[in-house]
Design a protein around this ligand. Structure first.
Ligand code: C2G
Length: 130
């Protein structure tokens, strides 16, 4: 059986998030998702997510296409996470294209196209402008 692993913040969960998880799941038999810790998000994007890591984990975990979730504590632990979860495929959105090719020695690395015209930032701005 083929295990697929992907990572993300999944803050203010939207259809772009859903689509990438569906497409990731279709690449194997089991989908594992590393949801970034609040603390990692501060470092990555310079702001606290709207939804806490416990809330973001609960949402992602409840999805039909997701088999397992864990907290991604740091970007530097990617290789450990891949090995630990027995991932055969690492899937990332193409905003990360090329960035994880170094893991090609332990698993297949696939970048999927992002869903156009939707993002957490755009949603936050839309709501702020209402
Ligand atoms: N995504 C997408 N289409 C969008 C928006 C997001 O396909 N319109 C994808 C991203 O490419 C990513 C996933 O949804 O693969 C989660 O997006 P983010 O929450 O923005 O996650 P990110 O900050 O890229 O986290 O270890 C790496 C990071 O934790 C990845």
């Amino acid at each position: 059986s083929r295990t697929v692993l992907t990572f993300g913040t999944f803050d203010v969960f939207h259809v772009g998030h859903l689509r990438i998880l569906e497409r990731a799941a279709a690449l194997g038999d089991r989908l594992v998702v590393g949801v970034s810790a609040d603390e990692l998000n501060m470092r990555k994007k310079g702001r606290t997510p709207v939804f806490s890591q416990a809330e973001r984990l609960a949402i992602v975990k409840a999805l039909k296409v997701v088999d397992e979730v864990f907290v991604e504590e740091s970007l530097e632990q990617k290789r450990d996470y891949i090995v630990e979860h027995g991932a055969d495929v690492l899937v990332m959105g193409d905003d990360w294209a090329g960035k994880f090719d170094e893991f090609n020695d332990v698993c297949e690395v696939v970048y999927l196209a992002r869903t156009p015209a939707i993002s957490t930032t755009a949603i936050i701005e839309h709501i702020a402008d209402l």
